[in-house]
Design a protein around this ligand. Structure first.
Ligand code: SF4
Length: 453
């Protein structure tokens, strides 16, 4: 069934290549001139009364799935992982020396790559190092990305002992045809056993990551995947659009481009999945997350506290995110800093006694105002012009008027203005990234982002 939005797709609107707006400015605007010195002065100036979030990147996988564009490297040996932990220990020591006394960690996330490539002893070591450098606040939470093919009872016990409260399970799609086409074989049974083990270890929240827009994916297959997943009773789901960027991720060249769904099919795949999930009682959160009504993410969305960061949607209200490890990005009060991306370059920087920041961006001009407007659109599908004026001043908020007019003209009738809000209608929600891009003064038209559909 084709409707208005599919008609927009036929006019090529979703051919646009856009940032995902997990940060503003997008990482493509980062420059080499902003790095370790800015990182050091920003960490030293943090307010101890404000808790921080911490992200640890583990850039190793035993298998390299063809569809994945994450910064990671394949290894069957633990030797490079041990060497990397040594570098993380040295980075944490540098951070600890800089942070003012009393800074506490509210959220910790381990992502990758495959954090569960770490052995139980490595998990104990890394968790202890992070906690010693940045002690947890009383009500902290700790989430970890779990590969069901690369986890066992001992690792889950170690993560549980380290304080893990939320597990994010990578799934993508259960259909064997799709798994073969993306180079990631993962039987349903492996996922089921991992979820059971996590629940058995007392992990309170289990999330699942799916992807739509994969080769050979059909509505029937994605619905069947969801039915199997729903039998495991997840608390949250992320349903990311597959980003085909073979110029950036060379292993995606193994993907058969002729088997990829087109823009209209992508939208219909998402819509079929969203219908299945909302019928099962989930709420849609932002453009690509779903959560049960009692989940903290749903509550944050309902009361205007939903935020967007490098991990997607979150109820994490911390203004500062300290990124640790190769390629990790820190969001600091004055801007962003990204650590050296290649593992060897990261280790070299840390070994020389410096922080690993290699590029970044200092906020200037209207950056914070535009960042908040874009975040509102991506989180709430509405820009609250009154809230922007209250936060940034009337004059600054008025500077967005040309952008409002351009967006309203371009996306009518889905985008309307009333009572101080620029609002996207429910039917217009697939346009959210396109609308957000109207407020992006840093968008690099030469950068090759993922498609907007
Ligand atoms: S999907 Fe996960 S396991 Fe596969 S390459 Fe990416 S990070 Fe590694």
């Amino acid at each position: 069934m084709e409707d208005d939005i599919s008609a927009l797709a036929r006019h090529g609107l979703f051919e646009a290549r856009l940032p995902r707006y997990t940060s503003y400015p997008p990482a493509t605007a980062f420059t080499d001139g902003v790095a370790a010195a800015f990182q050091a002065e920003s960490l030293a100036a943090l307010d101890p009364a404000e808790p921080v979030s911490v992200y640890v990147h583990v850039p190793f996988c035993e298998r390299l799935c063809w569809f994945c564009a994450c910064r990671t490297q394949g290894t069957r040996s633990l030797a490079p992982v041990e060497a990397y932990l040594d570098a993380l220990e040295a980075e944490l020591a540098l951070v600890r020396r800089l942070l003012p006394e009393g800074v506490r960690m509210r959220h910790l996330h381990w992502g990758g790559g495959t954090p569960t490539i770490l052995t139980p002893a490595m998990i104990d070591r890394l968790a202890g190092l992070v906690r010693a450098a940045i002690p947890p606040a009383g009500n902290w939470d700790f989430s970890v990305e779990i590969d069901p093919m690369m986890v066992d009872g001992e690792r889950i016990a170690a993560l549980s002992a380290a304080g893990m409260t939320r597990a994010s399970i990578g799934i993508q799609d259960f259909a064997p045809e799709v798994q073969a086409a993306i180079g990631r074989i993962q039987p349903f049974e492996a996922t089921r056993l991992a979820v059971e083990a996590l629940r058995g270890a007392g992990i309170a929240s289990v999330n699942a990551d799916l992807v739509y827009g994969l080769p050979h994916q059909t509505q029937a297959r994605i619905e069947a995947t969801l039915d199997r997943l729903l039998s495991l009773a997840p608390d949250r789901l992320a349903l990311y659009g597959y980003a085909h960027v073979p110029h950036f991720s060379r292993r995606q060249k193994l993907i058969d481009e002729t088997a990829l769904p087109g823009d209209i099919e992508r939208l219909l795949l998402f819509r079929a999945a969203a219908s299945r999930l909302t019928a099962a009682g989930f709420r849609q959160i932002g453009i690509d997350h779903f959560a049960r009504p009692e989940d903290p993410l749903s509550r944050a969305a309902a009361n205007g506290r939903l935020r967007r960061n490098f991990q997607g949607y979150t109820d994490d209200g911390c203004a500062t995110l300290i990124g640790l490890g190769a390629s990790a990005i820190s969001r600091l009060p004055g801007g962003y800093v990204q650590n050296a991306a290649a593992t060897a370059a990261y280790r070299d920087r840390i070994a020389s006694g410096r922080l690993a920041g290699a590029r970044g961006h200092r906020f200037r001009g209207e950056d914070r105002l535009r960042a908040r407007a874009i975040e509102m659109m991506m989180c709430d599908f509405a820009i609250d012009t009154g809230a922007l004026a209250a936060c940034f001043g009337e004059e600054a908020a008025l500077s967005l008027e040309p952008d409002h007019h351009r967006a309203l003209a371009r996306f009518a009738p889905y985008l309307t203005r009333s009572e101080g809000f620029i609002r996207l209608s429910p039917e217009g929600r697939p346009l959210a990234r396109l609308v957000a891009a109207e407020y992006d003064a840093w968008r690099d038209l030469k950068a090759r982002y993922s498609k907007a559909s």
